[in-house]
Design a protein around this ligand. Structure first.
Ligand SMILES: Nc1ncnc2c1ncn2[C@@H]1O[C@H](COP(=O)(O)OP(=O)(O)OP(=O)(O)O)[C@@H](O)[C@H]1O
Length: 772
């Protein structure tokens, strides 16, 4: 709880034996909770084992009741296993005399007495929101810290002193320990992000519990908890709106795979994972792996909304007319495909407003109507119900007919459309007359070139306009999968009927959760394989990096426009990204979006944050940098080298020393992209083998050497920042990149440079650091 919002009462510190007694009270309750949880886990595991060894009962299709129940019990086992650490973290004493424990899950005893309230339940809300000014019936809030199953610390805030004393609450001694928030912020970070359920602050809580509908932008500087809040909000929304969004799932978009791995333990720890699909922007078009790296000007161009028109035009250009009649040999009879047949068919197909591949049916049927007549006339027969099928069969079988139809209105895949467009300059010139010659040249590339992340929204745009190509293998597979899915939905209903639904929600929920391709796939598994899947909610992290074209794709993924958009327009690194939320959102929702702001940096110590803010100011930015929640123990250190620091012995020395001083914490060396490989070699040569990793596998190693792009969203106990002037010079948004790099450390910053430091970044006159 932030101090200004909830000033804690400050009674005299109680004697040690009083604290011991209070700890013992909490230990008794926590022990009871774990016993209950263990019992439930044993029961769930036994049920799972029983189900696994039981035979199948009735077998419509390939699915069995067993599959469904295996999943259900499996999910329950996972949830109970995942809440082991810090299962209970709080207690509220309420003016009704109730003592309410708050934790990761809800637990009740056999008599249905609530022993633990899920942190997301309305009853837990005061734990995060109550203040001394507005206690809302809360007399005392107690934070309970546990290690393994042992209660190690408690911290009280009395919100209503008179009420508290009058009530004579059991365990009535007030304990002021080390603040749970401060202890958590000051602790060394592991390689993965942890949940913050125990210490969510009230402004963060307001974002987490905000209503599901509409677009909510969470703007906040570095370290303000945007990612943490986005994850907790996801868990909250799934809990509070299970009926509405558990079926359709949540899409969570993060900047890169390392980042997704960094956060991937948070949702399971909060008991929610099965309905969430995590993806990077480059993974949002199924079947395409985006590996190509493109220059900033290409990325920018591909991200512009103009590209939507280019693609629409490219599709239209595939619907061609003919200038003169074409002879068609139909089993020896030569007829003519007249230009007016094609024109009429094209008009009818376009009028249908169906996507290209679907409208092709209309096109073909109109042309065929004419050709049937022409063939009958050439043969001197009538067209009637008896003759038509035979004539049509002949036409469909004729190679000339198929060729001409395919020339005028070919079935086409998004991949093919884009490859042709970028490989054949004439096609691009036709489709993009408004692009300049140099812009078109920028888009040019070989047919076989790998895809980039910037191609993904273009492919998706094309897929939207083309629709399913009924002749492609993918479409046939998808149609088959859809048919299977329907059968499974129906079957899951039967499962529900057979077994009753006491614990498992409605038949509909069971059907949607366990029906799916393969074997009763979860919602996430289904959604991942279906481009047209409509998610119930989309959470976008580092959202400032996304291009306007990528926003179009995301909007298609969630027709209900229920979004949590999380980012910082001062950290935009991508040339295609945004510096104003309204620019990217207005085309889709006008001004119907709301913004929440987070302003306290829980990561970076004040000494380091001051430097980062000075860099922004010196660059003329009007963005207000966040305030640090704490003063660190260490002043930033600067080391100057004679030559390029990436290859300097001094860099190796600094990293070796910082590693020793970090006391086992994580160390990141953040370098300019151009010097990255050299720096990796320099640092590797100085440290024992196996300790240093580079970009792609940066997590979990004591020392990692990263570019700014790879460090985005992550944090490290110590950051060694190499040649900041080069980082600034490397891209048009280089100052933002430097700001990102400067705000990664949780404890220490060491700048190693040979060039003059960028404006704002200079050693400050020394001042006292925290001494504890
Ligand atoms: N209420 C809180 N209690 C404890 N720790 C918190 C709290 N809020 C944020 N943190 C911690 O602060 C750090 C920064 O949080 P997070 O990564 O979510 O910030 P961010 O706003 O996404 O940062 P950036 O924009 O720099 O990526 C994390 O270690 C997070 O766990």
């Amino acid at each position: 709880m932030s101090e200004d919002q909830n000033p804690p009462a400050a009674p005299a510190a109680p004697a040690p034996e009083v604290v011991e007694a209070e700890l013992a009270i909490e230990q008794r309750h926590v022990t009871r909770l774990y016993e209950l949880r263990d019992r439930l886990l044993t029961d769930a595991r036994a049920a799972l084992a029983r189900t696994a060894s039981s035979g199948t009962v009735g077998t419509p299709g390939a699915r069995t009741e067993r599959d469904a129940f295996m999943r259900l019990y499996g999910e329950r086992v996972r949830t109970l296993e995942n809440v082991e650490a810090r299962m209970c973290f709080g207690r509220l004493d309420v003016d009704t005399g109730e003592r309410r424990y708050v934790g990761r899950i809800g637990l009740s005893d056999e008599e249905r007495h609530e022993l633990l309230v899920d942190w997301r339940a309305p009853a837990a809300e005061p734990f995060y929101q109550a203040t001394a000014a507005r206690p809302g019936g809360v007399l005392r809030r107690r934070q309970i810290s546990t290690t393994r199953r042992r209660v190690t610390d408690i911290q009280d805030e009395v919100l209503d002193l008179a009420g508290f004393e009058a009530a004579g609450v059991d365990g009535g001694h007030v304990v002021v320990g080390e603040g749970a928030l401060f202890a958590s912020l000051d602790a060394a970070r592991g390689s993965r992000m942890r949940d913050i359920v125990a210490t969510i602050q009230s402004d963060q809580d307001a974002v987490i519990r905000a209503p599901l509908a509409g677009v909510l932008v969470v703007q906040g500087g570095p370290g303000t908890g945007k990612t943490a809040v986005a994850l907790h909000r996801t868990a909250f929304l799934l809990y509070a709106n299970r009926e509405r969004i558990a079926r359709s799932g949540v899409l969570l978009v993060g900047p890169n795979r390392v980042f997704l791995r960094y956060i991937d333990q948070v949702l399971p720890a909060l008991g929610e994972a099965d309905a969430v699909v995590m993806a990077t922007p480059g993974e949002l078009y199924q079947g395409v792996v985006a590996t190509a790296v493109e220059t900033a000007d290409v990325v920018t161009l591909k991200g512009e909304l103009r590209m939507a028109r280019v693609i629409a035009e490219a599709v239209k250009r595939r619907q061609r007319l003919i200038n003169s009649g074409r002879p068609l040999d139909v089993e020896g009879t030569v007829i003519r495909l007249q230009p007016r047949y094609v024109r009429e068919a094209r008009e009818a197909a376009r009028r249908s407003r169906a996507p290209h591949n679907v409208a092709r049916r209309t096109f073909v049927s109109v042309v065929m109507r004419h050709l049937v007549r022409a063939l009958a006339a050439a043969r001197g027969t009538d067209v009637d119900d008896d003759t038509r099928p035979g004539l049509l069969a002949e036409l469909y079988a004729a190679r000339d007919v198929r060729r001409e139809l395919n020339l005028c209105w070919p079935p086409i895949s998004p991949e093919r459309l884009l490859r042709d467009l970028f490989a054949v300059p004439e096609r691009l010139a036709e489709a993009a007359p408004r692009l300049g010659r140099d812009e078109r040249a920028r888009l040019r590339r070989d047919r076989g070139a790998p895809w980039s992340a910037a191609d993904v929204p273009l492919l998706d745009e094309a897929a939207e306009l083309l629709g399913a190509d009924e002749t492609s293998d993918a479409t046939v597979t998808a149609a088959r999968a859809e048919a299977e899915r329907r059968a499974e939905v129906e079957y899951a209903r039967q499962v529900q009927d057979t077994f009753g639904g006491a614990d498992f929600g409605t038949a509909e929920q069971l059907a949607s959760r366990y029906a799916g391709g393969g074997s009763f796939a979860t919602v996430a598994e289904q959604a991942e394989t279906d481009r047209a899947w409509a998610f119930g909610h989309v959470v976008v992290d580092e959202a400032q990096e996304l291009s306007p074209m990528m926003w179009r794709l995301l909007m298609r993924r969630c027709p209900s426009r229920s979004f949590t958009v999380v980012g910082d327009v001062a950290q935009t690194g991508s040339a295609a990204g945004t510096t104003a939320w309204s620019d990217v959102l207005a085309p889709h929702v006008g001004d119907r979006w709301r913004q929440a702001e987070l302003t306290v940096n829980y990561r970076t110590p004040e000494q380091v944050m001051d430097l980062a803010a000075a860099v922004l100011r010196a660059a003329g930015s009007s963005v207000q940098a966040p305030t640090s929640a704490r003063v660190g123990r260490h002043e930033p250190v600067f080391t100057r080298t004679a030559d390029d620091p990436c290859g300097a012995a001094a860099l190796a020395d600094v990293v070796t020393r910082e590693r020793q001083d970090s006391g086992g914490g994580t160390v990141a060396v953040i370098t300019p992209a151009a010097g990255h490989d050299t720096a990796v070699a320099t640092v590797r040569a100085a440290l024992p083998e196996g300790i240093v990793t580079a970009d792609s596998d940066a997590l979990g190693s004591p020392v990692s050497v990263l570019t700014v792009a790879a460090a985005k969203g992550l944090e490290f106990d110590t950051v060694v920042l190499v040649e900041p002037a080069a980082i600034v010079a490397e891209s048009p948004r280089g100052v933002n990149d430097l700001y990102v790099a400067l705000t990664r450390p949780t404890q220490r910053l060491h700048v190693v440079h040979s060039a003059v430091l960028p404006a704002g970044l200079s050693p400050r006159p020394s001042r006292p650091a925290r001494s504890d």
